[in-house]
Design a protein around this ligand. Structure first.
Ligand code: F6R
Length: 608
């Protein structure tokens, strides 16, 4: 949601801003804009729709200023129009903003009484006027921003340019992400790491309440009261190339095919024949202390919530601890029973999802120990948590999550094994067996990817179907929810995932010869049950696509089959989601939708 870039240094700012905004496109947006100071003038360009529209408007040769700010806007207050696009300006104050100012109507009324008038429908323009109003008294930008923000309720990351001072940029963050990149004779502010990677890997992840100022060579950070604060400078290990398409048609396809590699990275150093599962990240939290956990509570949204759904089956079956899985947006507004013996696990690819952060905060406030499962170093959830288990998926740019999901599952399976060992619920030989199986996981995911040709051919057949039903049982129930979500997100096809045993309690009424059913039938205790469920839908004329090991396909049933490799039954969710990701991708590709940035969606949902 909304992307911010601010640049000050010795390069042409416009190139850095546009390049940065391109790397933030994945966040979702519907208008964009930039402002650069040049020859004592602020030159602003704004445009509705894709960044390409903005780029077309700008003659880079004419713009040589070395300080500027840029923004991609995901409309909340006010429609996606050029007037509502950022940057906004009032007098000296030129500003971009990500977040929501909750008391903006109240502030607007007060400012109107003081003679201010507004051109846009946005809450952001109010911020500009608020700073400009404070400037009348303080004359200096930093205290004016500080005073203005003291009046604001809501979430924000802002970058402010002073039209009368091209040597500084100002920033503040409260509830929305902002990263500071420290270069040689240049500094960059951005909503996320990929916008900065090409210039430097030295970064400061700003914290809530941080405000500050940067010049080309210096940076200063203050807390909400104006007291100087020190922040750790992190060295980011992501490679700029990781955030490029690398010859693939879409980021999503690239990310699907990266899964064997990133799962391998996620496992690296965490499993060994001698020690089983090693998670040093948890040492401090549980090290010498008695393991006093009687309940595990997952909070997450969307795809990350599906990963939690799989982990529930794993942990309950191997560790014998009750597990609750909640949608963060629901959890935060109920009165959950959480105590000191609760271990809360917040799963978030981005680490910035507003609902997940609020849910995790609530659990922590009530005394729970908090672990984050996250892909982004230094992100908000990692700072909130007592410990973080990083997925090592690299930057995920496609809005629809793929490699983040399978690396989350990998980490959650490691956590399950670690817990079962800690609780002495698993025998050494069984653990050794599972560690052996894990070593083969990247290779098995590679084999799952080999289904691509078959999937692509089938996608043509399913292209005009709606709805599409997905059915699965046990750990594969959350996987079919994920398969259906992928199809909805990128192909805009109505799809639903069902626990196969639930069909006859209602959803089977949907089934006829025009409704395709995709069924996951891995080897195991539930195979016979799944076959019965497939019979139920086949008897009603549905064409059934079965995904499973070759010897599991019941004879004479199913319209199509996708064979999967043999694997330890715990690992099959990680393998079986792969053809579902490819299936959604291929249908969307044939339909020609905007796969990496599907309509109405944002990658990082930083507001409620
Ligand atoms: C779906 C998808 C979303 C996210 C959800 C949570 O493909 O990407 O459903 O999973 O918005 O995001 P994170 O994991 O960043 O908290």
């Amino acid at each position: 949601m909304c992307g911010i870039v601010g640049y000050i240094g010795d390069r042409s700012a416009i190139s850095v801003l546009l390049d940065g905004l391109q790397h933030l496109e994945y966040r979702g947006y519907d208008s964009a804009g930039v402002a650069v100071i040049q020859d004592d003038q602020v030159i602003t360009h704004r445009s509705v729709g894709k960044l390409a529209n903005l780029i077309q408007k700008i003659d880079r040769r004419e713009l040589h200023g070395t300080v500027g700010i840029g923004h991609t806007r995901w409309a909340t207050h006010g429609r996606p129009t050029e007037v509502n696009a950022h940057p906004h300006q009032e007098g000296r104050v030129v500003l971009v903003h990500n977040g929501i100012i909750e008391n903006y109507l109240d502030l607007r009324r007060k400012l109107e009484k003081l003679g201010h008038s507004f051109t846009s429908e946005t809450d952001t323009e109010i911020l500009c006027h608020l700073v400009a109003e404070q400037l009348k008294k303080t004359k200096q930008m930093q205290p004016a921003i500080q005073k203005a923000l003291a009046l604001v309720e809501g979430s924000y990351a802002i970058v402010v340019m002073d039209a009368e001072d091209p040597d500084r940029l100002y920033f503040a963050r409260q509830g929305s992400p902002l990263v500071l990149g420290l270069g040689e004779k240049e500094n960059i502010l951005a909503s996320d790491v990929p916008a900065i990677l090409a210039y430097t890997r030295k970064m400061v992840f700003l914290e809530d309440g941080d405000r500050g100022v940067i010049s080309a060579k210096k940076f200063e950070i203050f807390d909400a009261k104006g007291k100087p604060v020190k922040r750790k400078v992190a060295q980011i290990d992501w490679d700029p190339v990781m955030a490029e398409k690398g010859g693939y048609k879409h980021f999503m396809l690239k990310e699907i095919f990266e899964q064997p590699k990133v799962i391998g990275d996620t496992l690296a150093g965490r499993i060994s024949a001698k020690h089983g599962v090693v998670l040093p990240e948890l040492a401090e939290l549980f090290g010498s202390k008695k393991f006093d956990v009687d309940h595990i509570q997952f909070v997450a949204c969307g795809t990350s919530w599906h990963a939690a759904g799989v982990a529930r089956y794993w942990i309950e079956s191997l560790c014998g601890i009750p597990v609750s899985v909640d949608l963060a947006s629901e959890f935060r507004y109920r009165n959950p029973v959480i105590g000191k013996k609760t271990l809360c696990v917040a799963i978030s690819q981005s680490g910035e999802t507003a609902d997940t952060l609020a849910a995790a905060q609530l659990a922590k406030r009530r005394g729970a120990k908090l672990i984050a499962v996250c892909n982004v170093q230094g992100s908000s959830v990692t700072r909130l948590a007592h410990a973080t288990l990083y997925t090592r998926a690299g930057p995920e740019i496609g809005v629809a999550s793929t490699k983040a999901f399978t690396t989350q599952l990998t980490v959650l399976w490691l956590l399950t094994l670690w817990l079962s060992r800690k609780l002495k619920k698993i025998k050494t030989a069984a653990l050794e067996q599972e560690v052996k199986a894990l070593k083969r996981l990247p290779g098995l995911v590679q084999t799952s990817l080999e289904s691509h040709n078959e999937v692509r051919a089938l996608a043509k057949q399913f292209m005009n179907a709606s709805p599409v039903l997905f059915i699965g049982r046990g750990t594969h129930y959350p996987v079919v929810l994920e398969g259906a979500l992928k199809l909805k997100e990128i192909a805009y096809i109505h799809a639903e995932g069902f626990a196969a045993g639930e069909l006859k309690h209602g959803p089977i009424a949907l089934v006829d010869q025009d409704v395709p059913v995709i069924a996951l039938l891995p080897q195991g205790d539930l195979l016979e049950k799944m076959i019965s469920n497939i019979q139920e839908v086949a008897a009603r004329g549905a064409s059934v696509l079965m995904i499973g090991e070759k010897n599991c396909f019941p004879k004479g049933m199913g319209t199509a089959h996708i064979p999967m490799p043999k694997a330890s039954s715990y690992l099959t969710p990680i393998l079986y989601v792969v053809p579902l990701q490819l299936f959604a991708y291929d249908i969307a590709d044939q339909m020609g939708t905007d796969i990496d940035q599907p309509r109405n969606l944002a990658k990082s949902v930083t507001v409620e």
